[in-house]
Ligand binder design. Structure first.
Ligand code: ADP
Ligand code: ZN
Length: 756
């Protein structure tokens, strides 16, 4: 800032003494830029803006030589003596009121340190786009029945509109209620049958009203285990204390009922609750149950427009919403009277954000719950090992719900060893699994088949030379999708027309290998010609609402067999499901990820729990080539804790989480050499910084398990160490002065959940 510096000095040189004295005291605002400069910057607050500049509002500040105005977040204001160096002045104020409370400012600063992110990018991430863009909510005029006798008899449609217009409503709402068009309503306004009655914000209700109706639902009388869990949550709630309570309950054990009653008590205390679910579209039943129990539920789902989201945000901030249900980012909902936070299916990886800032909603929730002095509830049939460990050390309280509600048995599980040729059968369905499907269908039950690979075939191979068709821009095999015989890359989405002969040896013998959900669906249709079959994966679920339609059809018994990816494994409760088949339990077991066993055990346990929820009972068939693997054995025995007991010592021996921390750096470049060199340089810096510290291990550089994605070569370096804080400081020091070459990009992932 040399320009300004000289200007200010010149001013001082010519100004009388008393001015200089005066200028030396003043108000300073510290601001953070959303991008660019990472460091917080100080600016002078001019007198005319003194009342408007406050922490949490955005301001306009001049930056750099050209003094270009940039929008920045004001994070602190202090008065007093000004520093020696000349300060530029705040040029203007953007927001009429703070977007962020002091607590949110503290939280975002903590998040930036915790996940080695830039404070500015965290600030941007916690505010929905609609709030940042200050979209004005749309105001719509309201109309009410005029009441005056009309010269002519109203038509039947007009009569229905008049009945609906007993209280003020928008034209759209009246048309919907009367089953007529908006034009009819507007004509009635013209002819005087309806009169204007003010206006209202078109709020989120506009959308939720159109949803399928929900029958009201009452609290159930709790079992002893449920009552104990509820008490463990309500006790800290009543005493205004923070505590983390883990609900470890098998699928169908009544966890959701406990959340519902805890939320009810929270609302009765005049407080608000935030409920996080892995993904709104995959958990329609959970959301419906909250809507059925409570009147005012704000459901924050990804299909809201920025305007709708902004409207929800304001409703929550005004304290008019009792319950907020949403995915990861709903944890930032600005509830002024927060009383409870619940995270359902807390083991799900979707709670960690995959892009910067790479935060985990569980950790953020814990920070908020601690700061607010409120309970945090984490529920799962398969808690993450990190969570389980913190219960074993006594830091968190674990409440167990070991049995299903009503005492129905967990389904019997049969493992089929597919290495055994007699068990293998033709196609992906073993004779044992086929017999199970037949048994369920004959008994009038439904079937769910899990295969966590979409597409028709998982690869296309040349029978002559053995070569596999690969994506030209990723190091991944192309998946064959039908109809059309297209090769699709699941890494980058590239769609390629498949050659008829092998690109490397020209032999015309290309064969599809492996089974995806499309092929499984074909095989099932062929084997069970009378059954009604549907498939649920990202290929069939592209449009908004398609999940709900398929799940409704399944619930209404219009589908007998549902084939799907892990999408079908989550929180669904269908009493008529008598058989669940896991077609390939090993699919994810051998990935280069230290959590591969944990994920496999969780997925198989979760999907197995969909079976036998009704009076007819149920069974599960698990096809595997490693039936003795602890993850498979535990899932087959409905004994997740047995898996935890076998896995924790392995993690401890290797100092993997939860016994150690990991920071992963991923380096990408279109130039393979540049990626490798830079990864080597980063690893050297880390090693130099870690010199003499026996507890710190720097692994790599090495090519990442997915060595190329979207034409970028990928290398990674991992740093392992005992505690997260020390490790983060080390990485921060080692990377602080790096001058990254132009053709290289790199990211830091603290506590990664994705290791590929
Ligand atoms: P989870 O969330 O653990 O899968 P849910 O809360 O969904 O379990 O409970 C499974 C089923 O049992 C649901 O249909 C629920 O309405 C019912 N339920 C839960 N608790 C009770 C109870 N105490 N009495 C009767 N039915 C209950
Ligand atoms: Zn690709």
């Amino acid at each position: 800032m040399p320009d300004q510096h000289t200007n200010q000095r010149r001013l001082f040189e010519t100004a009388p003494r008393w001015v200089e004295d005066d200028v030396r005291r003043g108000t300073i605002a510290t601001v953070v830029l959303p991008e660019g400069v990472d460091k917080p910057l100080d600016y002078l607050v001019p007198d005319d803006l003194a009342a408007a500049v406050e922490p949490g509002r955005r301001v306009r500040v001049p930056l750099g030589r050209g003094n270009r105005e940039r929008i920045a977040y004001c994070v602190a204001v202090r008065g007093g003596e000004l520093p020696q160096a000349a300060l530029k002045s705040v040029a203007g104020v953007e927001d009429e009121s703070p977007l962020l409370s002091p607590r949110m400012l503290d939280l975002t600063r903590w998040m930036a340190e915790r996940w080695l992110a830039r404070w500015g990018e965290v600030l941007e991430a916690v505010l929905p786009a609609g709030v940042r863009l200050r979209r004005k909510p749309r105001v719509v005029p309201l109309f009410v029945a005029a009441g005056a006798a009309s010269p002519r008899q109203p038509t039947p449609a007009q009569g229905r509109v008049l009945a609906a217009a007993a209280t003020p409503a928008s034209a759209a709402a009246l048309a919907a209620a009367a089953g007529t068009s908006r034009a009819v309503v507007m004509r009635m306004v013209k002819t005087g049958l309806l009169t204007a009655a003010g206006s209202a914000e078109r709020g989120p209700a506009g959308r939720s009203v159109a949803r399928r109706p929900i029958s009201h639902d009452r609290p159930a009388a709790l079992s002893a285990d449920q009552a104990a869990a509820l008490e463990a949550i309500l006790d800290p709630l009543r005493r205004g204390r923070h505590e983390t309570v883990v609900l470890f309950g098998v699928t169908g054990s009544g966890k959701t009922e406990v959340y519902l009653q805890a939320v009810e008590e929270t609302i009765r205390h005049g407080r608000q609750a935030i409920v996080l679910v892995p993904e709104i579209s995959l958990t329609p039943q959970t959301c419906d149950r909250f809507r059925a129990r409570f009147g005012s539920v704000a459901v924050l789902h990804s299909h809201l427009t920025p305007t709708e989201r902004h409207a929800q945000w304001r409703e929550i901030a005004a304290g008019r919403v009792g319950v907020v249900v949403g995915a990861r980012s709903a944890i930032f909902a600005p509830a002024p009277r927060l009383g409870l936070i619940v995270i359902d299916e807390e083991h799900e990886t979707s709670f960690k954000q995959a892009t910067a800032p790479r935060y985990h909603a569980r950790d953020v929730a814990e920070w908020i719950a601690r700061a607010e002095g409120v309970p945090l509830v984490l529920g799962s049939a398969t808690p993450a090992l990190e969570t389980f460990h913190r219960c074993l050390t006594g830091e968190w309280t674990m409440c167990r719900l070991p049995g299903r509600v009503g005492g129905s048995d967990l389904p019997a599980v049969l493992s089929v060893d597919v290495r055994d040729t007699a068990s293998r059968g033709r196609g992906a369905v073993s004779p044992r699994l086929a017999a199970g499907i037949r048994w369920a269908l004959d008994a009038g039950g439904q079937v769910m088949l899990l295969l966590n690979r979409r597409g028709f075939a998982t690869s296309i191979q040349c029978r002559a030379c053995g070569d596999t068709s690969r994506c030209p821009q990723c190091d991944l095999a192309l998946t064959l999708h039908q109809p059309g015989g297209r090769g699709i890359c699941h890494g980058c989405g590239l769609v390629a027309r498949l050659p008829t002969s092998c690109p490397s040896c020209a032999a015309p013998n290309l064969v599809p290998r492996g089974t995806g959900t499309q092929r499984l669906e074909d095989q099932i249709r062929a084997a069970f010609p009378g059954a009604r079959v549907a498939r649920m994966d990202t290929d069939t679920m592209r449009t908004h609402g398609s999940h709900e339609r398929t799940l409704d059809a399944f619930r209404n018994r219009e589908i007998d067999i549902l084939v799907g990816t892990q999408m079908i494994a989550k929180g669904l409760d269908f009493p008529a499901v008598m058989l669940v088949g896991v077609v390939n339990a090993d699919a994810a077991l051998h990935l280069a990820d230290f959590r591969a066993s944990e994920r496999t055990c969780q997925l198989v346990t979760q999907v197995a729990g969909r079976s036998g929820r009704g009076p007819l009972g149920g069974r599960v068939v698990v096809q595997t080539s490693t039936p003795d693997h602890p993850a498979i054995r535990a899932a087959a025995a409905h004994d997740y804790e047995a898996f935890v007991r076998s896995e924790l010592p392995i993690r401890e021996a290797l100092l993997y989480p939860p016994f150690g921390s990991i920071v992963r750096l991923v380096i990408r470049s279109v130039d393979e050499r540049a990626a490798a060199d830079w990864a080597g340089h980063v690893a050297d810096r880390l090693r130099a910084e870690a010199a003499g510290e026996a507890a710190i291990r720097v692994l790599g550089p090495a090519p990442a398990p997915i060595t190329r994605l979207r034409d970028r070569f990928r290398w990674h370096v991992q740093v392992h160490g005992p505690g997260p804080d020390h490790l983060r400081d080390l990485v921060r020091r080692a990377t602080a002065q790096l001058q990254t070459p132009d053709n290289v990009a790199w990211i830091v992932d603290v506590d990664p959940v994705e290791m590929l």
